[in-house]
Design a protein around this ligand. Sequence first.
Ligand code: BG6
Length: 475
Amino acid sequence: MSDFRVPENFLWGGAISANQAEGAYREGGRGISNIDLIPHGSSRMDVKLGKVSDPELQTDAFYPSHEAIDFYHHYKEDLALMGELGLKVFRTSISWSRLFPEGDEAFPNPEGIAFYKDLFKECRRYGMEPLVTLCHFDVPYGLIRKYGSWRSREVIGCFVRYAKTCFRELKGLVKYWLTFNEINIVLHSPFSGAGIAFAEGENRNQVIYQAAHHMLVASALVTKAAHETDPENKVGCMLAGGSFYPYSCNPEDVWESVKKEQENLFFIDVQVRGHYPSYAKKLFREKGICLNMEPEDSDILKNTVDFMSFSYYSSRCVAADMADKMSNEGNVVKSVKNPWLKTSQWGWAIDPLGLRITMNQLYDRYQKPLFIVENGLGARDVLTPEGTVEDDYRIDYLKKHIEAMKLAMEDGVELMGYIVWSCIDLVSASTGEMSKRYGFVYVDRDDEGKGSLKRQKKKSFYWYQDVIRSNGEYL
Ligand code: BG6
């Protein structure tokens, strides 16, 4: 029996994002964003992946983000529930277009500022430390229309102005920040990840990596600004995590996994180490990329993050020859089916040991404190006549992952906290469904946007409450 104990200051938490929860997409002076243009239904994927060069709002389509779970009007009630749950940290994002409706205004929208000030005050009232993502996938549509989003260097200045506004206005209320949510997702889902849509015949890789370069420069500049505004500020990068396993011990498969791992960690390498990795040149050559960099960029990139955060839902599995293997449907990141693992109802592999592996690998590579800012199970919940959900499957998933996390900490990994995605049901980022539920609190709303929006606690709510109370001893 080990005598390992989770440190007393460990940040147990729950997360949401503005674009999946707030709704009120045209209230309070908010401008529309890329996510508001992604419909539910058959055309969703094409828009998300940037295959629709100039997406526009269609009158006959349903857009889940427009109302989402209406957190904008329910935040007091929802934060009271999170306070009751006992969260030490509450993770959400700020909607960039709520502060800068078009993205490039000289001054922020005061209504937007007032909303977030109150939200974070409310968090503090319940003793919850906010962890704030500056950009959780959403880019103001104005910047997409005028500049093609992050393809243009112009957007760096807009983002820095937005971030500095947040640091200034929220000083004393927020001290933990993430610059971009899952920055590597821009490779797989460019429009939903970064507002990037392609014109016919464009070199996709050139566009994506150039845009990512601008995001990296912006991330470094705002990291510097955060530290200058308040030395208490701690800034992290954020990776869509999960190690890439080789399908077999055939060296060809192992080499494939090394390459995929490099591709996945490429941007984080820059944010943590302050420069492009040694394998960048070859990767650019192979993908036909020629980056435009300004002479000052290499100095700017030296402003590295304080900690490394990541989401973990599952490991990935790759083979040199993917074509003859069953693919893992339902995952944005292409991978093959791992025969050793069961999957969720949405085809995501369930691999708690993979969390321990991922944590060890990331810590070995970066030697910076890690922070698990998303982990959870999307499942079809059924509300009982008593008005709860008997979600033992979710408890089982979380319990096994927390056990694996504790083992990784015992292995020597420095971990700041563990945050469950999501603390309340919200719109799924990949599918736009409400029925892919992650929360401890059930929200009465369906995939077509119908429902009373009533909030009800699930069985897992009480379980996680005990986990937090016992600092991870009771599982
Ligand atoms: C992460 C995102 O990719 O995974 C979240 O940061 C997202 O925004 C979560 O919701 C779960 O994915 P999904 O597609 O099931 O909602």
